[in-house]
Design a binder for this molecule. Structure first.
Ligand code: PMP
Length: 293
């Protein structure tokens, strides 16, 4: 599904056939989830293949590793250049790029001496974003920021996301919405939350969420469009009085939310600020209209 006999991946500075690449079964990453990763997208644009905010993603990967003591000795620009090479090797334009830093064999609970970096990519076509999501508030809260580094995109943290997603799907919802450990709105298993009320936008402040690169982009776009955004601590009472809401993340871009449990957002999606931002985001990543560095 993710590769075939011709697929090339990047492993420790070399471009190798995915079918021939392998790893050690005694890695701390496999046993303890002690690794870090990124999710990046590239788009076919009128200027050729463009990786959206590649530098920001590799900088976050570096920060994730630093926060949890995983050695990271890679140069961001070189990683960006190598990712473009990888896309070219695989003849990909609209793609999802997955860099993963994983640790050497070590069965103890100590920092690794050495790590590997692999980058793979697969085709990810245009997503129309027309289907609105039905969410349920998860019984799982986001991990306590005193237990882990919530701003790090670390493999093991994703058990929390998987638990919440499984629970939501088992209950026949599309996706989960997680609260933080104090009961404030946090984020989705792999996306950040915004909601609209009386012409203003609201989004959970940083601290108990992953600082999404799409979230930052939406904030930039909102400013460009002259929209007011309040970052703060909000709860479900705020959400259940909102006019509309959306999730945003690299994979889903900007996607509208229809309902959260029994509450259906009253505003027609096409009339929302989310829809405006969805279009602006789509144009930005595909470099069709709005442009800024
Ligand atoms: N929150 C979580 C928990 C995520 O996994 C992601 C996806 N990386 C996001 C938010 C959105 O982040 P980004 O916009 O950087 O993809």
């Amino acid at each position: 599904m993710y590769f075939n006999n011709n697929t090339i991946l990047y492993l420790n500075g070399k471009f190798v056939k995915a079918a021939n690449a392998n790893t050690d079964l005694y890695s701390q990453s496999l046993h303890y989830g002690y690794g870090a990763f990124e999710g990046i997208r590239s788009y076919q644009t009128e200027y050729g293949t463009r990786i959206f905010k590649a530098e920001d993603h590799y900088e976050r990967l570096k920060k994730s590793c630093e926060l949890v003591g995983i050695p990271f000795n890679y140069n961001t620009q070189k990683l960006v250049d190598d990712t473009y090479k990888l896309l070219k090797e695989n003849n990909l334009a609209d793609a999802y790029v997955r860099p993963l830093v994983f640790c050497d064999p070590n069965m103890s609970l100590t920092k690794p001496n050495n790590v590997s970096l692999m980058i793979c990519a697969w085709e990810w076509g245009a997503y129309l974003g027309e289907k609105l999501l039905r969410l349920t508030v998860s019984s799982y809260s986001r991990p306590h920021p005193k237990s882990i580094h919530i701003e790090a995109k670390v493999c093991g943290h994703y058990i929390n996301s998987i638990l919440a997603t499984n629970e939501a799907k088992d209950k026949k919802f599309d996706e989960a919405l997680l609260l933080d450990c104090d009961g404030f709105l946090a984020e989705g298993p792999g996306a950040n939350l915004f909601f609209e009320k009386d012409g203003k936008l609201f989004t959970p402040q940083l601290g108990n969420i992953l600082p999404g690169i799409t979230r930052a982009t939406v904030l930039e776009l909102a400013e460009k469009l002259g929209l007011e955004v309040k970052q703060g601590q909000f709860d479900t009472t705020d959400l259940f009085q909102a006019d509309s809401a959306f999730y945003c993340g690299t994979a889903a871009e900007v996607v509208g939310i229809q309902s959260v449990d029994d509450y259906t957002f009253p505003k027609c999606w096409n009339d929302t600020l989310g829809k405006k931002l969805q279009e602006a985001y789509s144009q930005l990543v595909r470099a069709t209209k709005l442009q800024f560095a």
